[in-house]
Design a protein around this ligand. Structure first.
Ligand SMILES: NC(=O)c1ccc[n+]([C@@H]2O[C@H](COP(=O)([O-])OP(=O)(O)OC[C@H]3O[C@@H](n4cnc5c(N)ncnc54)[C@H](OP(=O)(O)O)[C@@H]3O)[C@@H](O)[C@H]2O)c1
Length: 179
């Protein structure tokens, strides 16, 4: 692989990325009067494209906000037949093996990929296709929901490079895959 694949995601103290109803309102439980982006825009500066699971795409659409991404977004889906009309030119649907998808994006010049979505991150990890993870932990126990991690065929080691604390409550740790 020519490029690098990154995870930038928030989880609860008990390891969930969405609550029992699939919601993410709990991400906003930390008071944030100055709209601190917790390193998001800085992270996005190095990203060439996003690979997003179909469920996460649908959640973004449900926000009813202007399209928030400046880079191309590739939606992983075996069920979506076509891109919703308003998103043509912004997103593309991709399917196939993850290795083939990453290789074809790298060949198109997208070398730094942001991998987003619960199942999506898990399946990239299962194939050892994640190079860096930036995980922001919010101090809340959700008691259930969509987990960030799942079972893996083998243990995977990471080097912890640094941790930042945002808004005195959000703990953001950077990990690089040690192969
Ligand atoms: N806390 C955070 O920072 C954060 C970030 C992102 C998302 N979220 C939350 O996470 C939830 C969505 O995550 P999710 O785990 O439900 O789903 P997801 O990873 O967003 O999407 C899963 C879907 O992607 C498609 N897919 C196709 N090939 C795949 C493959 N090889 N591996 C995995 N997926 C593949 C499938 O769609 P088809 O059925 O169409 O084939 C699958 O159902 C939402 O509630 C969202 O709000 C939270």
């Amino acid at each position: 692989m020519k490029g690098k694949n990154y995870v930038f995601i928030a989880n609860s103290l008990d390891g969930y990325i969405a609550d029992k109803d699939g919601g993410i309102d709990w991400l906003n439980t930390v008071p944030n009067p100055d709209h601190d982006d917790a390193g998001y825009n800085n992270f996005m500066k190095k990203i060439d494209a996003i690979v997003m699971g179909r469920s996460t795409f649908e959640i973004v659409l449900s926000f009813g906000i202007d399209w928030p991404y400046q880079v191309p977004v590739f939606i992983l889906s075996n069920s979506l037949q076509e891109v919703p009309k308003d998103y043509i030119g912004k997103v593309e649907i991709v399917s196939g093996t993850l290795t083939d998808i990453v290789e074809s994006l790298n060949a198109k010049g997208y070398h730094h990929l942001y991998i987003d979505g619960g199942k999506t991150v898990q399946s990239f990890l299962q194939e050892d296709l994640i190079d860096e993870m930036i995980i922001t932990t919010i101090p809340i126990l959700l008691g259930g929901g969509i987990p960030l991690f799942s079972e893996l065929p083998n243990e995977m080691r990471f080097e912890h490079t640094h941790t930042e604390i945002y808004l005195k409550e959000m703990v953001q740790s950077h990990y690089i895959r040690k192969r």
